[in-house]
Design a protein around this ligand. Structure first.
Ligand SMILES: CC(C)(COP(=O)([O-])OP(=O)([O-])OC[C@H]1O[C@@H](n2cnc3c(N)ncnc32)[C@H](O)[C@@H]1OP(=O)([O-])[O-])[C@@H](O)C(=O)NCCC(=O)NCCSC(=O)C[C@@](C)(O)CC(=O)[O-]
Ligand SMILES: NC(=O)C1=CN([C@@H]2O[C@H](COP(=O)(O)OP(=O)(O)OC[C@H]3O[C@@H](n4cnc5c(N)ncnc54)[C@H](OP(=O)(O)O)[C@@H]3O)[C@@H](O)[C@H]2O)C=CC1
Length: 510
């Protein structure tokens, strides 16, 4: 085995930048995985972690002896090893990379992330993760572990803009939007300006129920029908409700909808979930209710807690028709002169385009719940900013935008109908510090102190109102023929646009 001579003079060591030293060390480790590097002279005084790594890298055998010493706990043993030495243990199957937080302990969460980046980086084809611009430092990982993500290597920053403010039911709200699509915030702001000029948006909450729909098999259609009749009965409902509600202080069962497909039965549990979006809560309650049902129907077999009759994170007509999460309608009147001066179009032009695009165009396309221009743009940006589950934008963005002339054709009456806004202000990504900051700015952080559910409902009302702003502005830009002009101005970076690809010259056969 070749040997490596470390730079042992303290003056030479201090002339290394930490990064250069770190890279050098990694090269050595890759080339000589089994080698113990020489120790520094006692006068050296190497103190930074990188310097310690550089001078004290032990052999795999020594590292394993330290790590497996039964006289110490794992976190204590790992504290004696350098990052490089933990990477060495992981590379040799002694430490599971996804278990680093558990092994290091709660006081060393950033170290766990740093070491994992090194492990993953070096085993990947590109080897770029470790030195990449993906940030990982100064992040509160205690909020992430066991709640938001596993195998963490950092975090992805997304620009956060604020549109508005927007007057919703008499209160002025800033509209937080995390997005990488230039133009969105500007467009939503223009819509807010037009809406405020007409006195703002008024909203109604017409439903509040998260849903879960398990699939249950029975030996025959006869037994399945008996079970269905029992769940549909007052007695069955009461028994299921009691079992369901024993699992949570906040989840309250509102209805059970049953359906059969051959000998398989589906039950759509619909419940309020306080200020939580509620999927964990409702799944927990559903499991308990099915245990109760099983006692009555021993031959039933729960195939899956989710039988897609919910329907979570997938397009489905049942959500559009019955609603899921918060069902909100938001409405406003915009004076005709504001339509002209702020939106640069006319009441007639907007109404005509809305019918031809959002209603007839979507019908021609066979859309379910897509009777809008870009509800998902605004909703998803607010979801990301406020820590919602972004996969639920599928059904949450379902929206019908309506526009008609009012006040003898002078002004515009417009509305959005959104039956499935799935949001919470507790649980999931709402526990993260930055997302909590955004919820705080909106005055809806955490659980409402007196009325559980009010914070989440307010957030849903704000989202629907902001969607109305976005609809107005985009439709106006389309009606006026301004769309591409706006996107070239706000959405095409002159600094970062890469050089064009050079197509490979076609060969003689091509
Ligand atoms: C959680 C597991 C994986 C445990 O599963 P397990 O089999 O108990 O895990 P294990 O401890 O035996 O480990 C097996 C492997 O899992 C991985 N693994 C295990 N633990 C970790 C960890 N901490 N960090 C990273 N990786 C981990 C890892 O690869 C590990 O291998 P190893 O590396 O140890 O050789 C399993 O129960 C599972 O996959 N559950 C499903 C959870 C899920 O997919 N949830 C999705 C969200 S639900 C939803 O949003 C939509 C829904 C449900 O509503 C849609 C619908 O309607 O269907
Ligand atoms: N399991 C699944 O199938 C799915 C899970 N998810 C994920 O589920 C997570 C969200 O689940 P969710 O159930 O919303 O959140 P949580 O799992 O965090 O549950 C909410 C918790 O907050 C407590 N709580 C305190 N105050 C309130 C209040 N005012 N209103 C409501 N609850 C309160 C509840 O108490 P109590 O214990 O009394 O109920 C409960 O313990 C997200 O990470 C999401 O991505 C997403 C889709 C499917």
């Amino acid at each position: 085995m070749s040997t490596f001579t470390a730079q042992q003079s303290s003056s030479t060591t201090s002339s290394f930048s930490a990064r250069a030293l770190d890279l050098k060390l990694k090269q050595v480790r890759l080339a000589h995985p089994e080698q113990s590097l020489p120790s520094p002279p006692s006068s050296n005084g190497a103190s930074s972690p990188v310097e310690r790594d550089y001078f004290y890298l032990r052999s795999l055998k020594e590292c394993v002896e330290i790590y497996e010493d039964e006289n110490r706990g794992k976190s204590e043993s790992l504290a004696m090893l350098s990052d490089e030495e933990v990477v060495l243990l992981a590379d040799n199957g002694k430490v599971a990379p996804h278990a680093l937080e558990k092994l290091f302990g709660m006081n060393e969460l950033e170290r766990a992330v740093r070491v994992r980046r090194a492990i993953i980086s070096r085993s990947s084809a590109t080897k770029t993760l470790e030195s990449s611009s993906i940030p990982y430092e100064n992040y509160d990982y205690s909020r992430v572990i066991g709640a938001c993500c596993e195998n963490v290597v950092g975090y992805i920053p997304i620009p956060l803009g604020v549109a508005g403010p927007l007057n919703v039911d008499g209160t002025s709200f800033p509209i937080p939007m995390a997005t990488a699509e230039g133009t969105l915030v500007a467009s939503t702001s223009r819509g807010c300006k037009a809406l405020n000029a007409g006195g703002g948006v008024s909203t109604v909450l017409v439903g509040d129920a998260m849903t879960r729909g398990p699939a249950i098999d029975f030996p025959s259609i006869k037994v399945a029908a008996q079970a269905k009749a029992w769940v549909d009965s007052a007695e069955g409902y009461a028994e299921m409700k009691a079992a369901f509600e024993s699992t949570s202080r906040f989840a309250k069962l509102k209805s059970l909808k049953t359906a059969m497909a051959g000998r398989t039965m589906y039950i759509r549990f619909a419940t309020t979930t306080g200020d939580a979006m509620g999927m964990n809560m409702i799944s927990k309650g559903t499991e308990k209710a099915l245990d109760t049902m099983q006692a009555r129907f021993p031959s039933m077999a729960v195939l899956a807690l989710s039988g897609n009759y919910c329907t979570d994170k997938k397009p489905a007509a049942i959500n559009w028709i019955e609603g899921r999460g918060k069902s909100v309608v938001a409405e406003a009147v915009i004076p005709g002169h504001i339509v002209k001066t702020v939106l640069k179009t006319t009441v007639g032009g907007l109404c005509n385009l809305n019918v031809k695009k959002n209603l007839i165009g979507s019908a021609m396309a066979g859309s379910i719940g897509g009777f809008n221009a870009h509800a998902s743009n605004i909703l998803t940006a607010i979801f990301l900013a406020t820590g919602q589950d972004p996969a639920q934008n599928v059904e949450s963005s379902m929206c019908m935008t309506l526009m008609e002339p009012t006040n003898n054709g002078e002004d515009l009456l417009c509305s959005v109908t959104m039956p499935c806004i799935e949001v919470g202000t507790v649980g999931g990504g709402t526990v993260l510090a930055a997302q909590q900051g955004v919820l705080e700015m909106l005055g809806v952080k955490g659980a409402h102190p007196q009325q559980p559910g009010k914070n989440a409902q307010t957030l849903a009302r704000v989202i629907a109102s902001a969607v109305l702003a976005g609809e107005l502005s985009l439709l106006s830009a389309l009606a006026a023929g301004h769309l591409i002009k706006a996107h070239v101005a706000h959405n095409r970076s002159r600094v970062n646009t890469p050089a064009a690809s050079v197509p490979v010259t076609p060969g003689p056969q091509a």
